[in-house]
Design a protein around this ligand. Structure first.
Ligand code: GLN
Ligand code: ZN
Length: 761
């Protein structure tokens, strides 16, 4: 029997209780005590669930009122000047101010929030710590200690989780370019040491020190920083045992440095890096414990216990049971809380899945069974094996038509009939667009009326016919508006779409949605990704009637709008029984059918959005080329079936695309629109150097900003674009879709945008 452990549990609560409490606190509807009480209840429930499931090392300090990186910033007292923190403990309001900024009034100016960015390659976003020259670090939060004591008083000796000092510093940004985060190590370590001493004094035994950076590409200096840091941390207290946790990546060239750390144990992610187990075990120092992450913390599938227990047994027989811990691959923060709430899923579908509450039970079972050949768990293992077998063979999952079709894709299907230089004049002739054509990215404001209509349809208060009528009216209004202000390429406005992935997921075979499968995205925000469980196909057209209806109302070209295969893949829970590239290819074929149906219905411009193209990029550089090759192929497979005259657009936003610009070129879209206004057209430097061959619409205004830009401002940005790109290459459009804007805003900004284009022409 090995030691059952967990690295972290979702913290919004099974019904997102914490979200509601925090938002009520922000709105002034509840006070600090009421908010803290809700937090305490969630922590207690989470600890008890894990204890009851059989977890020995239950984590604490995995809870957060906003974000664990921000918690670490507060712990270290690394509060940027502008928040006016005057020493002492960081107050709740300062904490939230860092996360969200503050709105000023007559006397006090508003303070901008700290940046937020993606946590490695997950869809969780953390608050980026800011280092300032001369920053003094001082223990400024008692959270980690308080939560440890809180659990201890319930009789649960937890394993506190700390974000490690090296990963913390590597996530920091600095305003002054000369400031080197790693050089601040000496200044932050004393705070870590105090925290560890306090925890030891309160009776802590194991401390989990998260250092996911050890699974990433590092240079020598970064790698050696870990050795220095852990030498200091381990000497803070002789009674503590440190577990360095590495997840999201495998150790590769960081293996030696990791095994040389002064720690009592290391955790490795065997879901992301299954091949590393043998080498790690062979080289593990004799006094070190190995924690193996066998249960996927980032997906919703039931763990194959036959496979997992075989690996656990192998580890136990190689290292002995005292030296093996069983855990999730990473914190369970990235999966939903409780499968039992999914009463809308049928029993068979549920038998294939496992959410956080079910996953901690799996961990305990694997740990109990390791080395015992399944003694005492026969029934459970048999049930699990039956679920695995049904997933392997179910007709709901495996559709021979889809699999045959994917297997018979021919090389010609990836390429347009003619190269861009030949397509371009044909499209020009048939579309008759002016120079600097104006368009939008697809969505128009999702008004309260639209949301209400959708909700009424769901609850049965509105009939499907009435809903269709409602949508047609919306589309007509959007088309008339675009004609009035003089846009050149129109859209139907996407009023029918709740979400750009969910909308298609609901119509594709092989996809299923949950009712409560929320995963924290940032702060109080959660997303509910749809689940790809089986082979993907498209039973019938998904968007054609809306696009065709819009086109029937106008002589101007209406652009058909689709979500691309890579974005569908990235923003869904995906199958773990086949490579991502295979699933992506199936998505590509299904969306290809839609592209061709749109073309057949008379749509002459089709946009396939791929905002998540960059997100799919592997964490290690060495793996980039492999991903980019199949991602580009899947995009081309989606769009390449159309005739030369049909113009293909794509759209990308909110990521740095400069280092994958050549792959974006290889996608060979006739036109790409990209977010660019916030950075003052920075992306053009890459497009200029690389000489992007096709047409491009660099966004001329930020749709997230409440400030409405003037025509002159947009003209200035376009002039910058025309410095780098040819006059026949440039399109004029906003940064992204308009669904979060109001009609008042859209009227002004799009009007100014059209003016800017006209005056430049
Ligand atoms: N067509 C989508 C829209 O306009 C694109 C959204 C996105 O890029 N995330 O809403
Ligand atoms: Zn966008």
């Amino acid at each position: 029997m090995a030691i059952a452990t967990n690295l972290g549990f979702p913290r919004l609560g099974a019904n997102r209780e914490l979200k509601r409490a925090i938002e009520s606190y922000w709105a002034g509807k509840i006070d600090e005590n009421a908010l803290l009480r809700t937090g305490a209840i969630i922590r207690r429930d989470n600890w008890l669930v894990q204890q009851k499931a059989g977890i020995t090392h239950v984590p604490s300090n995995d809870f957060s009122l906003y974000d664990q990186v921000l918690d670490t910033t507060a712990m270290l007292g690394a509060i940027p000047e502008r928040f006016g923190h005057e020493g002492g403990l960081v107050s709740l309001d300062t904490y939230f101010a860092m996360a969200r900024g503050t709105v000023g009034d007559d006397e006090t100016p508003s303070v901008p929030a700290m940046d937020m960015t993606k946590w490695f390659d997950t869809n969780y976003h953390y608050i980026v710590p800011e280092l300032e020259a001369g920053m003094k670090f001082k223990l400024s939060s008692t959270k980690i200690l308080d939560e440890f004591v809180e659990a201890r008083e319930m009789g649960i000796l937890t394993r506190p989780v700390l974000l490690g000092p090296v990963t913390f510093l590597m996530l920091c940004k600095t305003r002054e370019p000369k400031l080197d985060p790693l050089a601040m190590m000496e200044s932050i370590l004393p705070v870590y040491e105090i925290v560890l001493k306090q925890l030891a004094a309160e009776g802590a035994e194991w401390i989990q020190v998260d250092e996911p950076m050890l699974g990433m590409d590092l240079d020598d200096r970064e790698r050696s920083a870990f050795g220095l840091a852990f030498a200091r941390l381990s000497s803070a207290s002789s009674s503590l045992k440190l577990l360095a946790t590495i997840y999201f990546g495998d150790l590769r060239d960081n293996l030696r440095a990791t095994l040389a750390l002064q720690v009592a144990g290391i955790h490795i992610d065997l879901v992301r890096g299954p091949e590393q187990l043998d080498e790690v075990m062979a080289k593990l120092p004799p006094n070190m414990v190995l924690s193996i992450g066998l249960v996927d913390g980032r997906n919703i599938w039931k763990t194959d216990l036959t496979q997992a227990t075989a690996l656990a047994t192998k580890a136990v027989s190689t290292l002995s049971s005292e030296r093996v811990m069983i855990g999730p691959s990473c914190s369970l923060l990235h999966c939903p809380v409780d499968l039992n709430l999914e009463t809308g899923l049928d029993a068979e579908m549920r038998s294939w899945m496992s959410f956080a509450k079910q996953k901690v039970r799996e961990i305990a079972v694997i740990a109990a069974v390791a080395g015992t050949r399944g003694v005492g768990a026969g029934a459970l293992l048999a049930e699990n094996a039956a679920a695995m077998e049904s997933r392997r063979s179910s007709r709901r999952i495996h559709n021979p038509l889809v699999e045959d079709r994917a297997a018979s894709v021919t090389p010609e299907m990836y390429g347009r009939t003619s190269p861009y230089e030949e397509r371009q004049p044909l499209q020009k002739q048939s579309l008759k667009l002016p120079q600097l054509p104006t368009t939008t990215i697809g969505s128009f404001p999702q008004t309260p009326e639209i949301r209400k209509a959708r909700a009424s349809l769901r609850s049965g208060q509105m009939s499907p016919t009435a809903y269709q009528r409602f949508l047609k009216k919306e589309i007509e209004a959007v088309v008339r508006f675009q004609e009035e202000i003089g846009l050149d390429v129109l859209v139907h406005g996407e009023a029918e779409r709740n979400d750009m992935v969910e909308y298609f997921g609901e119509q594709l075979e092989g996809y299923i949605s949950t009712t409560n499968g929320w995963v924290q995205s940032f702060g109080t925000r959660a997303v509910k990704p749809p689940i790809i469980f089986g082979d993907i196909s498209r039973p019938e057209p998904m968007t054609v009637k809306w696009a065709a209806y819009a086109q029937s109302l106008t002589d101007k070209p209406v652009k058909g709008m689709l979500t691309g295969p890579i974005t569908m893949l990235e923003w869904s829970f995906v199958r773990d029984d086949q490579p991502r590239s295979d699933t992506c290819r199936q998505l590509a074929l299904a969306i290809r059918d839609e592209v061709l149906d749109l073309e057949k219905s008379g749509i002459r411009i089709i946009q396939v959005d791929e905002p998540a193209m960059r997100e799919g990029l592997p964490l290690r550089r060495a793996d980039w080329a492999g991903y980019l090759a199949w991602a580009v192929e899947c995009f081309k497979l989606t769009v390449a079936g159309v005739t030369d005259r049909t113009q293909i657009h794509t759209h990308m936003c909110y990521a740095d695309f400069n280092d994958i610009i050549e792959s974006i070129g290889e996608m060979d879209a006739d036109v790409i629109s990209m977010e660019a206004s916030r950075s003052g057209m920075e992306l053009l430097s890459a497009f200029g150097e690389y000489r992007y061959p096709n047409q491009i619409g660099p966004g001329v205004y930020d749709i997230h900003s409440p400030r409405l830009p003037s025509a002159d401002e947009m003209k200035d940005l376009l002039v910058k674009a025309l410095d780098v790109l040819g006059a026949d290459q440039v399109w004029v459009n906003p940064d992204c879709g308009l669904k979060t804007q109001s009609w008042e805003e859209v009227r002004v900004s799009l009007g100014n945008m059209v003016d800017a284009a006209r005056s430049l022409r």
